[in-house]
Design a protein around this ligand. Sequence first.
Ligand SMILES: O=C(O)C[C@H]1C=CC(=O)O1
Length: 96
Amino acid sequence: MLFHVRMDVHLPPDLDPEVRADVVAREKAYSQQLQREGKWPHLWRVVGEYSNISVFDVESNDELHELLSGLPLFPYLTIRVTPLATHPSKVPDPPR
Ligand SMILES: O=C(O)C[C@H]1C=CC(=O)O1
């Protein structure tokens, strides 16, 4: 199942710089692990914003919730999820 996910990051400006660096480093490691596993196939920066547009490829709503709530940045994120379905006009991918 594919989900479009937008994450807006709201780190408090007065957050201790060491805490900030730690949570950002843990977020990077966590996201890169999910990318390697194929569960987070798209991760794009929104131009001019501390936000990303992502696509997750997971088995269920519950799995997506588990992955998102495990993000180290989760307490600082506004997350909007859009479930994706196949478009009837989509040309099939060519065989590999
Ligand atoms: O920077 C962000 O958009 C938030 C988050 C998503 C992946 C990551 O490493 O940080």
